[in-house]
Write a protein that binds this ligand. Structure first.
Ligand SMILES: Cc1cc2nc3c(=O)[nH]c(=O)nc-3n(C[C@H](O)[C@H](O)[C@H](O)COP(=O)(O)OP(=O)(O)OC[C@H]3O[C@@H](n4cnc5c(N)ncnc54)[C@H](O)[C@@H]3O)c2cc1C
Length: 738
């Protein structure tokens, strides 16, 4: 231990010292570990407290010891035993998780390709179907066309689904000015669109339920907008996400722990912190090592980072008696934290199913079971975990995103119901007649049902932005910092990246505060938080305007198809149709005109005033920033300057010229993608996909577009060299694409 403050678990006390560098971090999830990593590197003396005997929280794995393969039923005590790891859930790590990749690749020194497997999207299976539909991230023309042909919805409605997401990404939300608008939910947003249909709204609800366990009418539209903006990259040839080739513990958490210990972090697992108090601003914690400790320990620190989930945070901030000799409660110092009580989180029931033999039923992607009443997803880990020996047999993980719809309170009860629903989609699987029925395809020794009740998933419900803690409260609690996926970050949605970014933000804010309090300057190397690169607001709005005629055309096609179907059923033309003739003929064109004019207005605002309405300006979402010239070709380095005086976030220079240049660059990139798709599919041997020849004019048009896009790329490249403008991500992707 190197800090100025001497503290000891045995004595349970600590000696205060001015200018000390001791930090307690409560919570050993990804947020707490990320904060610890950065603070240790900066030279702080860090102790990490984790209530469970394992680190990782939502991203942890449990080790289960199961009887060995040949264990006789009568002597299982002495039979050879095998330890197997079971994840809370096998996570998807999006390609744009820049802070997470920084942690993994730079801090751990691990190459992404060695430990992760890339995925372009997810698969979907409907009941009764033998074939999976694939849903890809719309990052290329190929993906767009494949999605439209996926069969999930009609091509026209699939287009409308994608368009509604683009529309949401372009919508003017401004958290600093429009408090009530921020309480708009995703479903409400979709219904307010002139082009939306019931199927589009239903599919959006299904997607949200599946990936975030929250219905679209409960999801904050502004939050979803932030997530979508990070995902929208067109064109882009990087994968949508990456899956670990092994368990979370083996490939992520254990290496993180090892590195933390190397950097001098003291890790207390099985140590639950029960109270936090402030004495003259200095944090004091009471904790107990479970279950061995008879008495609690009390330790004081110079700084404190709270990195726990909603329920634990509320209890630590508000719990206990206000008037004790141990000091003040946090809520007495910062009353806005009472809003934490509004935050909600849900457990996700999961079943690890090990089969007695190999089943060739599952693809390599995550699979969403379309129409599943429990919101089931499936992943075949035996095709993914290359570091585990499955002995040629299949093992899958089933998760229920909609836990509230499962009519059972016990883990095994939930597990059995989930298996029964799985069978409805895969009738060939024999699950037996009851949980642990030996006469079936399932190896019950290894199969396990559980739920993350101890660290449930934070829900980004409508209005929650206003309740979420900031990284720091310098005026009221200068020595206390907050991290965790529930904190305000530009990612916004509860994700691995949100957790890691929040940890870095808290560490950065702490480092800055330490410099201010000690007056000795920044301790250690300056902590960086990587700014995400997204398309500019103007680009989203321009794309929305450009594609709007197609969206309303797709609506007209949908209405026509439905109308035809009703006629075919013998109904009156307008009987059950979703669109009445008057709406179809009169209202829709009016809606289109209004929508287009409003869109044009917001585009002009984004271009002309640098985006007063633009969340990028308010520090909620980072602007695309120029790279630091570290020569590795990555767009990393510049931080959002989490200074702890606000949410710990600041936007980059977001000048008016950059908006215009960004828009030009983005337009050229999109045109280039269309041109290369056209030339790939229409030129060359001059044949269409069905083998019929195409007109030379079409191929020539494709080539001309491609050449124009090339010239545009070169011009922007030259501009970028001169001015170092914010266009870099587009240039980078442009080059990567080529
Ligand atoms: C089923 C599921 C699937 C998910 N899938 C994905 C995915 O595919 N992609 C993705 O990006 N994200 C996913 N997530 C979200 C992601 O896992 C979380 O956002 C992230 O791990 C949260 O990290 P955290 O550190 O903020 O919080 P947590 O992981 O909740 O960590 C908090 C820690 O604090 C500890 N703690 C609590 N109280 C105390 C106390 N009093 N004293 C000491 N310690 C305490 C807890 O034990 C816990 O370890 C998923 C989450 C779940 C539940």
């Amino acid at each position: 231990m190197t800090g100025a403050r001497v503290h000891s678990a045995k004595r349970g006390t600590a000696q205060p010292a001015d200018g000390g560098n001791t930090v307690a971090i409560i919570g050993g999830g990804l947020a707490g570990m990320s904060a610890a990593m950065r603070l240790c590197s900066a030279g702080f003396d860090v102790t990490l407290y984790e209530a469970h005997d394992r680190l990782g929280g939502n991203a942890s794995s449990i080790k289960r010891v199961v009887p060995g393969e040949n264990a006789p039923k009568t002597d299982q005590q002495n039979a050879d035993k095998t330890a197997i790891e079971q994840d809370v859930y096998p996570h998807m790590f999006c390609d744009w998780y820049d802070n997470f990749w920084d942690l993994y690749e730079h801090d751990l020194g691990r190459k992404r390709d060695d430990y992760f497997s890339p995925r372009q999207g997810v698969s979907m299976l409907r009941k009764g179907d033998a074939q999976y539909s694939r849903l890809l991230n719309n990052t290329s023309m190929e993906a767009l066309v494949e999605n439209m042909q996926s069969g999930l919805l009609s091509p026209a409605e699939t287009f409308l689904l994608g368009y509604s997401m683009l529309d949401l990404a372009a919508h003017p939300f401004d958290r600093s000015s429009f408090d009530q608008l921020n309480k708009l939910d995703v479903n409400g947003f979709i219904y307010s669109r002139g082009y939306s249909t019931e199927n589009v709204a239903e599919m959006e609800n299904y997607i949200l339920t599946l990936i975030w366990s929250i219905q679209s009418e409960e999801t904050a539209a502004a939050t979803y907008q932030n997530f979508l903006r990070h995902c929208f990259k067109f064109p882009d040839n990087s994968p949508f996400s990456w899956l670990l080739k092994g368990s979370l513990d083996k490939q992520l958490i254990a290496p993180l722990r090892e590195e933390l210990e190397k950097r001098g972090c003291r890790i207390e697992t099985g140590a639950t912190v029960s109270t936090v108090r402030l004495c003259d601003d200095r944090p004091k914690i009471r904790w107990k090592r479970n279950p061995a400790d008879k008495r609690a320990h009390v330790n004081s620190y110079d700084y404190l980072v709270m990195a726990v989930g909603p329920a634990a945070l509320t209890s630590l901030v508000m719990g206990g008696d206000e008037h004790t000799s141990e000091g003040k409660r946090l809520i007495s110092c910062e009353q806005s934290l009472s809003q934490l009580q509004r935050m909600s989180a849900v457990p996700i029931p999961v079943v690890d199913v090990y089969f007695k033999h190999k089943l060739d039923l599952f693809p390599k992607d995550h699979v969403g079971l379309g129409g599943s009443k429990y919101g089931l997803t499936v992943l075949d880990i035996s095709q993914l975990w290359s570091d585990h020996d499955f002995d040629g047999k299949t093992a899958i993980i089933i998760a229920a995103s909609d836990a509230a719809s499962i009519p059972s309170a016990s883990c095994n009860g939930q597990g059995w119901l989930m298996l029964q629903e799985l069978k409805e989609f895969y009738p060939g699987i024999n699950i037996g007649k009851h949980w642990r029925d030996p006469d079936c395809d399932i190896d019950w020794h290894r199969t396990n049902a559980r739920s993350n009740v101890d660290y449930p998933l934070f829900l980004n419900s409508v209005g929650s932005w206003g309740w979420r803690p900031e990284a720091a409260y310098p005026n009221t609690m200068p020595r206390v910092f907050f991290a965790g996926d529930l904190c305000r970050t530009d990612v916004d949605m509860a994700t691995v990246e949100g957790a890691v970014q929040s940890g870095f933000q808290a560490a950065k804010a702490l480092q800055k505060r330490d410099a201010a309090l000690t007056g000795k300057g920044i301790r250690g190397p300056e902590i960086r938080v990587i700014a995400h690169t997204t398309y500019s607001t103007a680009s989203f709005r321009a794309a929305k305007l450009m594609l709007m005629p197609l969206a309303y055309g797709a609506l007209a096609m949908t209405a026509y198809d439905q109308w035809k179907a009703h006629l075919a059923e013998g109904a009156t033309p307008l009987g059950k149709a979703e669109f009445s003739l008057s709406e179809y003929l009169l209202l829709v064109p009016m809606q289109f005109t209004m929508d287009w004019l409003k869109g044009a207005y917001w585009l002009v605002r984004a271009l002309s005033d640098g985006g007063e309405d633009d969340p990028l300006k308010t520090g909620i979402l980072y602007k695309a920033l120029p790279p630091v010239g570290d020569g590795d070709g990555e767009h990393r380095g510049q931080t959002g300057a989490a200074d702890g005086d606000a949410a710990g976030l600041h936007a980059g220079d977001d000048g008016h010229e950059d908006h215009v240049i960004d828009l030009g660059a983005a337009t050229l990139m999109a045109l280039g993608e269309c041109a290369s798709y056209a030339s790939k599919h229409l030129s060359g041997d001059m044949k269409k996909a069905d083998g019929t020849p195409v007109s030379p004019a079409v191929a020539a048009a494709g080539s001309v577009l491609g050449a124009a896009a090339n010239i545009g790329g070169t011009i922007i490249s030259a501009l970028q060299k001169q001015g170092g403008s914010a266009t870099d991500p587009y240039i980078r992707r442009w080059r990567a694409k080529r």
